[in-house]
Design a protein around this ligand. Structure first.
Ligand SMILES: [Zn+2]
Length: 513
């Protein structure tokens, strides 16, 4: 129990039910206490997309414009000048850690407007003088929908579609042609923080706006008490050679460091005799990686997708004697229909989309969902592959494995600063599964294993933890705040309560409660 006497209740209520759901998703992400409706005779702060609430409210109201039309209405109602443009904004999340986003900005100006939060010379949050009304220059709802909900669809290119129509799998296309069509001309310079996590910038704007207008806000930290970020090591086992030769090498490195990893195995691509997966389940866990791995899963109807996912799960469970909890799609193909099928087939989570990659083999363009954190979509929990996978860095961008490790370590430092989960994808079939590059694989993992702040988990543990945190809730009465664990309805022992006290040039200032 902690004193949060300055805390003022937050009401999240948008113009429509669907907008409210998206806006509340931001509050759920941070796990701040909030309510859906205003209560009479209570001091509160409202965050909304509806300017109507700002006009009638007697409490501080933050308005995020619902697109250009919403912005024009805000400008009209308050006599402001509106300047719309597309620009890159950048904000501190904490000291030396920044989050960035390129977006449509609705910049308001006027003699009675005071900038409260700026990115360079762009005013992100402004207060209307003499009124308790704050206007945002960013469409929090529209941008999230565009990037995460619609961005989750990775539309197969015609070239990919044709390849899967051939009577043999796309794997039988001669390697020279395959590599040519899947190679990107762009280098790893393209892999930047604003591509991996633009959504993190939106989330920062959401919380910073509340803290700046309303005062200190309690939140639940992302990971277990004492841990500030997380790592899940995952492997997709593409070939028999990968299983028999590469996997034991990677496992030896992991065992030495005490790391348990997740091995995603296709159930019907190469022979899997009894006992063949024992080496994986001894220290790690087995996840599903389709049956045939022929690139056709994404094109199947919903029922056929579910059946194929069930077949894969059953076969792997029979082989391992354990539940197969998660799914990873071949080629990281993903979409709402497939994600929904994973839930219907009984998987607890899906980990099939990249935060961002240079070249999606499906759409043959750069692609990603733009967040490094897990999120709910299509009735499942999606855990993005948050760091670029080895295949993209070494095979597509033609980097030396040592340079690939350097890049992964640089990006993971940024993610550590955000408190994000680093989800690595390393194939036993490629370079890191060979003797030559074992020292590089060791160097990569040692960085995490030697860091006491890193919570190292398998993917299914990460999924279970994220759901556990999601279902916790706040009990706030008479100025004290307690995080209650849903399982026991008593104060949580493993979740860490925090108080965000301010936001400034070094990002959020946070007290551990
Ligand atoms: Zn694969």
């Amino acid at each position: 129990m902690t004193l949060v006497s300055q805390y003022r209740p937050i009401v999240v209520e948008a113009a429509s039910v669907s907008d409210s759901e998206i806006l509340r998703g931001y509050a759920e992400f941070w796990k701040i206490p909030y309510q859906a409706k205003t209560e009479p005779n209570e001091e509160h702060t409202v965050i909304t997309t509806s300017n109507g609430m700002a006009l009638i409210g007697d409490a501080p109201v933050i308005v995020s414009p619902a697109g250009r039309e919403g912005a024009e209405k805000i400008a009209r109602d308050h006599g402001l000048t509106l300047n719309s443009k597309n620009a890159l904004i950048s904000l501190p999340a904490r000291r030396d850690v920044r989050v960035s986003l390129r977006t449509d900005l609705y910049e308001f100006s006027g003699p009675d407007l005071d900038p409260i939060l700026r990115s360079g010379d762009i005013s992100i949050l402004s207060k209307i003088r003499g009124a308790d009304i704050y206007v945002l220059a960013v469409d929090l709802v529209g941008e999230y929908v565009r990037r995460v909900i619609r961005g989750f669809e990775d539309k197969p290119s015609r070239r990919f579609w044709l390849a899967t129509k051939l009577p043999f799998s796309y794997q039988s296309i001669p390697r020279s042609i395959r590599n040519r069509s899947f190679r990107s001309s762009k280098g790893t310079d393209e892999i930047t923080e604003d591509k991996l996590g633009p959504i993190e910038c939106l989330r920062t704007i959401f919380l910073a706006s509340l803290v700046l207008s309303s005062g200190p806000i309690p939140r639940i930290a992302f990971w277990k008490r004492g841990k500030s970020y997380a790592l899940a090591v995952t492997h997709d086992v593409e070939t028999k050679a990968g299983l028999e030769t590469g996997a034991p090498r990677l496992l030896a490195v992991e065992r030495n460091l005490g790391i348990q990893s997740t091995w995603n195995v296709p159930s019907a691509r190469y022979p899997l005799p009894t006992g063949s997966l024992d080496i994986l389940t001894e220290t790690g866990e087995v996840g599903a990686h389709d049956t045939m791995h022929d690139g056709r899963l994404i094109f199947l109807g919903s029922e056929a997708k579910i059946q194929r996912l069930k077949d894969c799960k059953q076969r792997l469970e029979k082989l391992t004697g354990r539940e197969t909890r998660g799914f990873r799609s071949p080629l990281l193909q993903h979409g709402a229909d497939l994600a929904s099928a994973t839930a219907k087939a009984g998987y607890a989570y899906d980990s099939s989309c990249p935060s961002w990659e240079i070249l999606s083999p499906t759409s043959l363009g750069a692609h990603g969902v733009g967040t490094v954190f897990p999120f709910e979509i299509a009735d499942t929990l999606e855990i993005p592959v948050s760091l670029p996978q080895d295949h993209q860095l070494i095979r597509v961008a033609k980097q030396e494995p040592s340079a690939a490790v350097d890049l992964l370590l640089r990006l993971s430092k940024w993610m550590r600063g955000l408190g994000a989960p680093c989800v690595l994808l390393v194939h036993p079939d490629y370079e890191f599964g060979t003797v030559d590059y074992e020292p590089e694989y060791l160097r990569l993992l040692q960085n995490f294993a030697s860091d006491p702040e890193c919570q190292i988990m398998t993917l299914s543990e990460m999924g279970a933890w994220w759901r556990h945190r999601a279902s916790a809730y706040w009990d706030i009465r008479e100025g004290s705040a307690t995080v209650l664990s849903p399982d026991t309805e008593s104060p949580s022992k493993d979740l860490q309560a925090e108080l965000v006290t301010s936001y400034g040039v070094d990002g959020f200032t946070v007290d551990i409660l």
